[in-house]
Design a protein around this ligand. Sequence first.
Ligand code: PEP
Ligand code: MN
Length: 341
Amino acid sequence: MMIVMKEEATQEQIDSLVTRVESVGAHAHVSEGEVLTVIGAIGDRERIANLDLQGADGVDRVVPITKPYKLASSQFRHGAPTVIEIEGRRIGGGHFSLVAGPCTVESREQLLSTAEAVKQAGASMLRGGAYKPRTSPYSFQGLGGEGLRLLREAKEVTGLPIVTELMDARDVEAVLEVADVIQVGARNMQNYSLLAEIGRSGRAVLIKRGLAATLEELLMAAEYVLKEGNEDVILCERGIRTFETATRFTLDIMAIPVLKQMSHLPVVVDPSHAAGRRDLVLPLSLAAAAAGADGIIVEVHHDPEAAICDGPQAVPADDFGAYVEQVQRVAETVGNELSAL
Ligand code: PEP
Ligand code: MN
């Protein structure tokens, strides 16, 4: 249920509604817009309806949210997009963010040279995994704590905010010391205790769509974070599994406009893991920008041939400037502005 307050509603009236909603065991989520305050009452629908909030002081109207995802639904914000700010870089609502960097942090030299290159080219954030979800337990699993230390150094040197994956709730404190945006990988999209933990941390999160997850399931994952009071959720389409084997996954371009109809949250695209091949990364990125994505998370490496992980899909750092120019042009065509400092 969504309780839309009158423009002139007082703080006392808002507090009193929150108390009433909580008195029936429901969760009250207060969202203060520029003009209106909306209280999302999430819980047993019948018990909330019995409160008869329609006539309460300060209430303009009570609207049911019909979707299973409540706080994530576009209805919750009357269709207004959420804009998330990460250290001055905006994403969503016309602000397009490019997150770039290696698949995994391998060494100081690799990370710092790639970080410097993506910064020069116009990236607004640096990606890089210290904890890697690998299909084989015999593959390189990431540098762990040492990788986080190197990411921190890269941030100090370049000023770029860091996007890095958290795989295990036991590492949350260490990752929080470095990550400006916590990445939840495709394989963990339905790890609900991890999502709730990240929700409680309050840190911005980028949730990748599971390999075989529906868009509704992706939004339910986002709901786990939002329900804890963390509003900074970015959705990521990274390719899904289909019968096609010519490419690593199949990028679901439709996910972009459809998610934007379903939700107010920013939507970014990962063309690298979808394609698995660097020659497809630019065309997929242009398609994503044209379809209205709010950003792209892309793998870039200073020496892809030597990469430990995902080298074949990495854009060489030397080519990244030309890549950014082309993506920026298309993003601008559909009214999105490249976000940088
Ligand atoms: C990654 O971004 O490094 C990654 C492993 O992606 P995904 O979870 O989408 O496979
Ligand atoms: Mn990768």
